[in-house]
Design a protein around this ligand. Structure first.
Ligand code: PEP
Length: 255
């Protein structure tokens, strides 16, 4: 399938930044700048900002996502948020398996898989993050790591459900470090991810999946990264906190 037929998606991952008041200000500044986007535009924001963000983006083309969700419907999981809670307030997307969750909060492929299946069952669209550590790249096992993550994170996800899954390739060494993968490195791994999806499902299903690159993508390098055949969008951390920078990336994806 030709890239133009896949949905290009630019998603901001705000991480632990912006109070509800600041979220409203940022989204209000962003909305007119991305109004003409020819791609999907998403802001994934902290839980406490979600309601404000949904209200602030009503009637705009910005969709709102959460940064995680739990797999249980309810229960004794202090500090966690269920898919039903997100769905009820109008959240559409959810970032899962971000490397910071894996690194600092003990997230494993098994829990990423449970969260992914729960999100899909609730009608949320998961943005499933995969990526190798610097040490793993240096040891030449990037493909092994990615193949394992894709297989485990999507375990038991049906071909029909896959239509609502977005994959974000985020080399861990490039996140928040200012070190971007070269466009060729990003393309190589995104193409590998698509090949893995073709093996696990089939070529048509794999060709329809939006695969984003994430890792210090910004207004200066987005054009080149997004020009690659298998890079269908971006998951943006730092640059998503500045309306003009985020809008420039959205513009690059809209070409
Ligand atoms: C991210 O948090 O997903 C990310 C890619 O961050 P940054 O753009 O800041 O590297």
């Amino acid at each position: 399938m030709d890239k133009a037929k896949r949905k290009a998606i630019i998603a901001g991952n705000w991480k632990m930044n912006k109070t509800p008041k600041e979220a409203k200000e940022l989204l209000s500044a962003m909305a007119p700048l991305v109004a003409d986007a020819d791609c999907e535009v998403i802001a994934c924001v902290p839980y406490v900002d979600l309601a404000t963000a949904i209200e602030a983006t009503a009637g705009t083309n910005i969709k709102i996502g959460a940064e995680n969700c739990h797999w249980a419907e309810s229960g004794a999981f202090t500090g966690e948020i269920s898919t039903g809670m997100l769905k009820e307030i109008g959240v559409e997307y959810v970032v899962l398996g971000h490397s910071e969750r894996r690194q600092y909060f003990g997230e494993t492929d098994e829990t990423v898989n449970k969260r992914t299946k729960a999100a899909l069952a609730a009608g949320l669209k998961p943005i499933v993050c995969v990526g190798e550590l610097l040490w793993e790249r240096e040891c030449n096992i990037t493909e092994e790591v990615i193949a394992r993550q894709i297989k485990l994170d999507l375990w038991d996800v049906t071909e029909d459900e896959l239509k609502n899954v977005v994959i974000a390739y985020e080399p861990v060494w490039a996140i928040g470090t200012g070190k971007t993968a070269t466009a060729d490195q990003a393309e190589e791994v995104c193409a590998f991810i698509r090949a893995q999806l073709a093996k696990l499902y089939n070529q048509d299903a794999a060709d329809a999946v939006t695969i984003q690159y994430g890792g210090s993508m910004n207004d200066g390098n987005a054009d080149e990264l997004l020009s690659k055949t298998n890079v269908d969008g971006g998951l943006i951390g730092g640059a998503s906190l500045v309306a003009e920078k985020f809008a420039a990336i959205v513009k690059a994806a809209s070409k």
